[in-house]
Design a protein around this ligand. Sequence first.
Ligand SMILES: [Zn+2]
Ligand SMILES: [Zn+2]
Ligand SMILES: [Zn+2]
Length: 340
Amino acid sequence: MRKFRCGCGGEIYFDSDNCLSCGSKVCYNPKNNDFERVAKELFASRESDNSGGNPELCTNGKLYGVCNWERDPSSEEGLCFACGFNRVIPNLTKPANIERWRVMEVAKKRLIYTLIGLQIPCISGLRSKKFGFLFDFLEDKRTNKCIDQDFIATGYADGVITINLLEADPVTRVEQKEAANEAYRTVLGHMRHESGHHYWHLLKYSKKIWDEFESLFGAEEVPYEVALKRYYSEGPNPDWGANFISPYASMHPLEDWAETWAHYLHINDSLETAESFGILSTRSSDLAEKIKVWAKLSIGLNELNRGMGVPDNYPFVINPAVTKKLMFVDRAIKMFRLVY
Ligand SMILES: [Zn+2]
Ligand SMILES: [Zn+2]
Ligand SMILES: [Zn+2]
């Protein structure tokens, strides 16, 4: 994440909608990758009256305070580019759902920021069924008794990333993390992982990349559903630490890819932030070098967290097998840029 500044020189954080120094209302413009000042009346107005062409906040920001991006002029609903990826939003008659949705939007914006920065196709499924993707933010019986399903899993299918709205709730998320024996569980982590499943579909358009995928991640030995059942009954591959980034990655080649993809995004975004905030002097464009720098930096970050009594920032070890898979993700991303 880069550092942003207001016209007054004050710092603006990616998740915020105002400048802490001068109090100006601001919104993020993904085309310029920068924040712009918004007139106060345009910031709060429910009706769009923007004949002067000034930047205007997304409708989801104006009405619910869940978005700080600029309205996309082509959106009839007055939504921003990123809110144009929403297929199902939560039931907003329940006040708790507005805060849960806000947590979802914060993570989604960071994902989309990174995907745009990687210069790969980042297209709403409403615009392209073939190359686009969408989000469903869903409840199950735990938060809404009118819903039949006891549990809706976070996942990806047919161009749609489904996130269970309860993942926004810190207590439930920690319970799920403990139940699944995970080292890391965040809404942003879910989104990065699930986006990997979407981009995997683009691999099949290059035979060379596809063959390489199978040689690194392995061919499917048993059908996905069988592998999933086996993972939850028998646990992960006992040797997962030597070949995978996480126990879950050892479940199936598709999950290995999605986990590796998510780490590629974690590493790139974290190094960009470290450079913008002066923690690193320069950022190499070479992935092998980036992984080396990240390995060192993440150990320091973990120690800083331990010094504050909070969990490790990056509770993972990048082993040589994972390095090879990350290099493959890097090549696949370069291919996406050329082909799409
Ligand atoms: Zn300012
Ligand atoms: Zn928006
Ligand atoms: Zn997955």
